[in-house]
Design a protein around this ligand. Structure first.
Ligand code: BG6
Length: 517
């Protein structure tokens, strides 16, 4: 580890971040993609700017473009200027840009990988990166296999056991279903040992997601009610107001359930529902997450306890927006859903009888992610002046984004002579309690990769289990699409709404309504 005192870029105000990466090279495959421009390159700069990367750190881009190092450096520069979280500082940029290289080539091209190997060897020599390399695969899943094979063939996947390391970072989706995830795992594990594989679920890098653990396990207050004695249902929502943008090639055929429920929402469920781990090291944390995912079951009546839809065109957010089928690159016979809601049940003592509802969608009313515990109604309510069904039904809401914090909803007396009760909120807001802004998820996760710190990366068993939960639902939907052409299971919804009617009906059947976050 680099001595922090010797790092001139370390922010002297930042006393809480003692973890600084050691010398290494980060190679990004897919540098021309959206993720790289909007998240990865800015996160690398933010880390450098916060003094969390060593002076010798190097960033290598690999793509088909015919760029020289300085062309790529310009791309990184522009991405940083536009998307970085922390202010642009010439000093930080100058240090980072010295280590920027570009290798032009196709993935199937052996010579390009030979050039990559030489570039990395030069950097190891010139910048003292000491044989430590992380390979970030921000590329379509179909390319994972050829890339890891090339890395192996060029000796870039070896782990010598002498402190030098080669690690691989794999973006989601990890597979398309259980079988393809297992096949991918087989290929990757032939090349990299499991401790060198970092599967990204960027939700785990969010501060507010980690705060679920703090809320539950750093306090005495909440855990006693965190079970089926007090909770009657849980709603986990990840809503976006944007459409698919220019991502038709990725999104169509994937859809909302694979894109978000299989990974982000089931990880949120795991953190919210798991037992207390013995510690937060990777083995303990993953073991508890896996245990609760193993107990999580898809609905028995998939037809009644799932809903899906896709957005129509219309007015949303004060402007005219296209419907999904009119987005560029979407085939007219597409059956991809842009909204999905599913009910799952956790079969263990803590959660038996408590349905968990997971929903996600694009072009919804607003961007919001939250985990909400709906509590059972108070057993007796001697308040004759208040006639509302919600009386006594409290809620605890973990607001993941954008308005990060926690809300407790409960009844309070309305001022006046009557004993009238109305719902009020007690709020904790990150912004109000802490002066530091939260790092971006990718800052945290890239740093953890470089440090070799795995707790925030799902183990492949979690990924597989998540597919096992989702696969029966996806199969049922595919079957419905194939057999009932006259009345497809895919519902529609207005842009800027809260999703299709079928999703409301799904909850109503169980006696609940969706929250309006
Ligand atoms: C990604 C999905 O994993 O998460 C995208 O592929 C989605 O479709 C994105 O837009 C949302 O991330 P965030 O951090 O903005 O909630």
């Amino acid at each position: 580890m680099t001595n922090q005192k010797t790092n001139p870029l370390r922010d002297p105000q930042d006393r809480r971040l003692p973890r600084v990466a050691g010398p290494c090279v980060l190679v990004i495959f897919g540098v021309t993609g959206d993720l790289s421009t909007k998240k990865l390159m800015p996160a690398v700069y933010d880390l450098a700017n916060r003094g969390l990367l060593p002076p010798g750190f190097a960033l290598v881009g690999f793509a088909r473009r015919d760029w020289a190092d300085q062309d790529f450096a310009k791309i990184v520069h522009d991405a940083v200027k536009q998307h970085a979280r922390t202010p642009f500082r010439e000093e930080a940029w100058a240090q980072l840009s010295e280590g920027i290289r570009f290798v032009s080539g196709q993935i199937g091209d052996d010579e390009a990988f030979a050039r990559l190997k030489d570039t990395i060897a030069d950097l190891d020599e010139a910048r003292g990166t000491g044989g430590n390399h992380a390979f970030y695969l921000s590329i379509p899943p179909g390319l994972f296999e050829p890339v890891v094979t090339q890395l192996r063939q060029h000796g870039l996947a070896d782990n010598h056991g002498d402190g030098r390391w080669n690690r691989v970072v794999i973006e989601k989706p990890f597979g398309h279903d259980l079988a393809s995830a297992q096949e991918l795992q087989r290929i990757v594990s032939q090349v990299f040992p499991s401790q060198s594989v970092f599967r990204i679920d960027h939700y785990l890098g969010k501060e507010t997601v980690q705060n679920i653990l703090a809320l539950r396990f750093a306090n005495q207050l909440f855990e006693p009610i965190w079970n089926n004695n007090y909770v009657d249902h849980v709603q986990i929502t990840m809503a976006e107001d944007i459409g698919i943008g220019g991502r038709a090639g990725y999104y169509d055929g994937i859809g909302a359930a694979r894109d978000v429920i299989q990974n982000h929402l089931l990880q949120l469920l795991a953190l919210a529902a798991m037992e207390e781990p013995t510690s937060f090291d990777a083995r303990q944390l993953r073991a508890e997450k896996l245990k609760v995912l193993e107990a999580t079951m898809p609905p028995k009546r998939i037809d009644l306890h799932t809903a899906r839809g896709r957005y129509l065109g219309g007015w949303a957010g004060g402007r005219q927006v296209k419907g999904y089928l009119d987005e560029d690159g979407i085939p007219q016979d597409s059956t991809t859903e842009t909204y999905a809601a599913v009910r799952v049940d956790i079969q263990n003592r803590r959660w038996a009888g408590v349905p968990f509802y997971l929903r996600t969608g694009k072009r919804l009313a607003r961007r919001v992610t939250e985990v909400a515990l709906g509590l059972k109604r108070a057993p007796h309510l001697p308040f004759t002046d208040t006639q509302t069904e919600d009386l006594g039904a409290n809620a605890l809401v973990m607001r993941i984004q954008p308005d990060e914090g926690i809300t407790l909803r409960f009844g309070a007396k309305v001022p006046g002579t009557q004993m009238e009760i109305r719902e009020v909120s007690m709020d904790f807001a990150y912004g109000g309690s802490f002066t530091e802004s939260s790092p971006e998820a990718y800052e945290r996760l890239i740093l953890d990769v470089l440090l070799g710190d795995p707790p925030l990366f799902p183990h492949h068993q979690e990924v597989e289990r998540s597919w096992q939960i989702l696969d029966p639902i996806l199969d049922h939907w595919a079957e419905t699409d194939a057999t009932s052409r006259a009345e497809p299971g895919l519902d529609h919804y207005e842009p800027g709404s809260w999703g299709p009617k079928s999703a409301d009906e799904m909850l109503a059947r169980d006696g609940f309504t969706w929250r309006r976050p």
